[in-house]
Design a protein around this ligand. Structure first.
Ligand code: KG4
Ligand code: ZN
Length: 361
């Protein structure tokens, strides 16, 4: 299937699955005419993670202005839009319904087709966005690694919108591990960018943290690594105390001791990205993939981007930084292919949020 066989269409995408309120207009699945993201990160930082009720309330406050801004930046009105794509799941139920209800209203009011998009599918389709001059679109078969705050999934795609799950995390998602370790090191939320920044001056070999290879599978596990960092931090703190003082400690989080944060962050980051890059490369090789796509918030990580690009023979697609973390251009891109391939909702008003929707089901 090549792009030029599909009909042209401008799709308005809407994304509210977690803590970003986003809207975008994408032409023919590839060219983003606008992409507006209102992040709630600051709002949730004080809780050290996403507070679901606050998230849905903030989506309600913001969504109208965000959609309006996306149309304005694209110099278009709703009349110029051919279809509306919205994240239907997976995600926080109270957040998903805000975007879904808003999209239903626009579809009903404007007489537009409505397309429900899987959020992980959206991350994968971020690889189709904004091609550089002459860059071909991703070719099948391809292997996609989605690494985000909620998911770590490896899938094989042999054509548009078909996914064969190869493996995924058995416990924490990669981004979740970054967020938890970020909190542990006192770096705040979200942990991923903070750990990357802290790791900049650190030695990735300073601490020998474990890698869960889970050989013979394409599964992942990050909870052992997280626990290893926790124990390392406690040992380092313990060494700054007398044995009596250490024995009296009830809450190690409350013990304030200088830590080699840069080395801890760099060593943790290295353990995560080595496993991700190696397993993704094996999967691509085993399935004779023409390309490897790495997407989702953690694909913004510079160490991961460098390692995947260096180590993988064949083509590698990692989205531009602005399309790695949650955005609506990726939802519009995936929505374009669903729309072009005849997968718009037959009864849009009956569409429900699917908080646990697995990609490909
Ligand atoms: O895709 P995303 O924006 O939201 C979900 O669908 O979950 O991913 C957010 C996750 C967070 O866990 C965040 O810490 C992580 O992506 N992240 C990073 C980086 N930027 C964001 N992890 C590592 N390095 C980064 N530079
Ligand atoms: Zn996401």
């Amino acid at each position: 299937m090549t792009e030029n066989l599909l009909p042209p269409a401008r799709v308005l995408g809407i994304e509210t699955s977690c803590d970003e309120t986003a809207a975008a207009v994408v032409e023919d699945g590839r060219r983003a005419l606008s992409s507006v993201v209102a992040s709630q990160a600051e709002l949730h930082a004080k809780y050290g993670g996403v507070f679901p009720e606050e998230a849905s309330r903030e989506h309600i406050r913001t969504i109208y202005a965000v959609v309006e801004e996306a149309l304005q930046q694209a110099h278009l009105s709703l009349d110029d839009i051919d279809a509306i794509a919205v994240t239907q799941g997976p995600g926080l139920p109270g957040s998903l319904v805000v975007g879904l209800n808003f999209a239903k209203g626009l579809a009903l009011g404007g007489g537009k087709p409505l397309i429900g998009v899987n959020h992980l599918e959206g991350h994968i389709y971020s690889a189709w966005l904004d091609p550089k001059d002459g860059e071909p679109e991703p070719a099948f078969p391809l292997v996609a690694l989605v690494v985000s705050g909620g998911h770590t999934e490896l899938a094989l795609m042999t054509s548009h919108l078909t996914y064969q799950r190869l493996g995924g995390t058995l416990d924490d998602a990669a981004g979740e591990a970054f967020d938890k370790v970020g909190r542990l090191l006192g770096l705040g939320y979200p942990g991923g960018p903070a750990i990357q920044a802290a790791a900049a001056g650190g030695d990735p070999a300073a601490f020998a943290f474990p890698r869960a290879w889970l050989e013979g599978t394409f599964d992942f596990s990050f909870s052992g690594l997280k626990t290893a960092v926790l124990h390392q931090v406690r040992d380092l703190k313990r060494k700054t105390l007398t044995p009596e003082a250490a024995a009296a400690v009830k809450d190690w989080n409350a013990v304030d001791a200088p830590l080699p944060t840069a080395d801890l962050a760099a060593s943790f980051q290295q353990a995560v990205v080595e496993v991700l890059a190696t397993k993704a490369r094996f999967a691509a090789q085993q399935h004779n993939a023409k390309e490897l796509i790495v997407a989702g918030g953690v694909s913004a990580n510079a160490a991961l981007r460098a390692l995947v690009t260096k180590d993988t023979p064949g083509r590698v697609h990692i989205p531009a930084l602005k399309y790695c973390t949650d955005n609506a251009a990726m939802i519009a891109a995936a929505g374009y292919y669903r729309h072009a391939l005849g997968m718009s909702a037959a009864e849009p008003m009956a569409m429900d949020a699917l908080p646990n929707w697995a990609v490909g089901s």
